[in-house]
Design a protein around this ligand. Structure first.
Ligand SMILES: NC(=O)C1=CN([C@@H]2O[C@H](COP(=O)(O)OP(=O)(O)OC[C@H]3O[C@@H](n4cnc5c(N)ncnc54)[C@H](O)[C@@H]3O)[C@@H](O)[C@H]2O)C=CC1
Ligand SMILES: O=C([O-])CC(=O)C(=O)O
Length: 339
């Protein structure tokens, strides 16, 4: 029987080395940044990607020239930071990854990035809605809890919103949870899967350890592990000491999410946790939520329920929903006030 666990370990086994015949243009907006560069490199190694389009407000053509020398079959093109360049980067794209925007410095929350990143994402979403309305749009720029609703509002305003094709990339939370639980249990992370639901910041990140291979984790060990998964991003921000946030692990996570969508588009059944327009908590006014999602050629094929949780996790979900609701409404209001 198919399970998320099978899908996750399959992703790790295949590690972007599939020999499928698939023609897919993939675009990275923000390609010259800390995430954009290693993400673009990993996409160059993915045999399902045939055309890689790299766009940034500075440095896109340089990064593209560099990566284009890697001897894999795909073509790589860098685009100038002009409306024409952005249009050409987007046209015909199957997947658009957006890591454009500023990262955190120590002492900042992801929400502190809103003032700068909201308009960057809004403007790139406008271009994507015009030139790649049918692409899968993968939002990496923070705060994801708000930038995804921003993108949805922009697509709605252009009359091209398809909720099945918009994804907030929360894969790094899944990657971290698998790694951190393996450190606690001294196991191989390739065999560890932890479902992480909710959103992508602090208490909105809700790991469901009761659904992992180690439902017995409890007490202080559980509290410390949950806290580390929720605040893993802060660990990196602190260690980088003013030079930004996670870039390399994020590139790995973003490349995995793109690969999952490409495999799904070729007919494989793949499950990833991702932040999508979701019915799960709509009755409480929460329009977007990350949970396990079955991916397909149409993008979102099926949103799986959160499943059985214990009392402790129910408390985490309640705390998550409170913050998440504010973050979502803030993003939606931004587009209404600043179209
Ligand atoms: N979803 C997630 O799990 C994660 C999200 N992030 C977020 O990703 C974003 C990027 O982080 P980094 O790559 O470290 O930052 P960075 O500053 O190194 O790179 C950002 C890039 O975006 C470009 N850019 C800015 N405005 C643009 C525009 N209008 N069009 C095209 N490109 C534009 C910049 O020129 C720069 O090259 C941040 O908002 C960060 O918080 C970071 C880690 C994990
Ligand atoms: O912590 C940050 O600001 C970047 C991020 O989203 C993460 O690493 O999860």
């Amino acid at each position: 029987m198919f399970s998320a666990r099978t899908a996750f370990s399959a992703v790790q086994r295949r590690a972007f080395s599939v020999s499928a015949q698939q023609n897919s243009k993939v675009t990275v907006l923000g390609a010259a940044g800390g995430i954009g560069q290693p993400l673009s490199l990993l996409l160059k190694l993915n045999k399902r990607v045939t055309d890689l389009a790299l766009y940034d407000i500075r440095g896109g053509p340089g990064v593209a020239a560099d990566i284009s020398h890697v001897n894999t079959k795909s073509t790589v093109k860098g685009y100038n930071p002009t409306p024409e360049g952005l249009k050409a980067a987007l046209e015909g794209s199957e997947i658009v990854l957006i890591p454009a925007g500023v990262p955190r410095k120590p002492g900042m929350t992801r929400d502190d990035l809103f003032n700068t990143n909201a308009s960057i994402v809004r403007d790139l979403a406008k271009a994507a809605a015009e030139h790649a309305p049918n692409a899968n749009i993968l939002i990496i720029s923070n705060p994801v809890n708000s930038t995804v609703p921003i993108t949805a509002e922009v697509f709605k305003s252009k009359g091209v919103y398809n909720p099945k094709r918009l994804f907030g990339v929360t894969t790094l939370d899944i990657v971290r949870a698998s790694r951190f639980i393996s450190e606690v249990k001294n196991t191989d992370p390739a065999n560890e899967e932890v479902t992480v639901v909710g959103g992508h910041s602090g208490v909105t990140i809700v790991p469901l350890l009761s659904q992992s291979n180690h439902p017995d984790i409890s007490g202080e060990v559980r509290d410390a592990l949950v806290n580390r998964i929720q605040f893993g991003g802060d660990e990196v921000v602190k260690a980088k000491d003013g030079a930004g946030s996670a870039t390399l692990s994020m590139a790995f996570a973003g490349a995995r999410m793109a690969d999952s969508l490409l495999r799904a588009s070729a007919g494989e059944k793949v499950v990833e946790c991702t932040f999508v327009d979701s019915p799960l908590y709509k009755d409480q006014g929460i329009e977007f939520f990350s949970s396990k999602v079955v991916l397909g050629p149409e993008g979102v094929k099926e949103i799986l329920p959160v499943g059985k949780v214990n009392e402790y996790e129910q408390g985490l979900i309640e705390a998550c929903l409170k913050d998440l609701s504010k973050n979502i409404v803030k993003g939606q209001a931004f587009v209404k006030e600043n179209p």
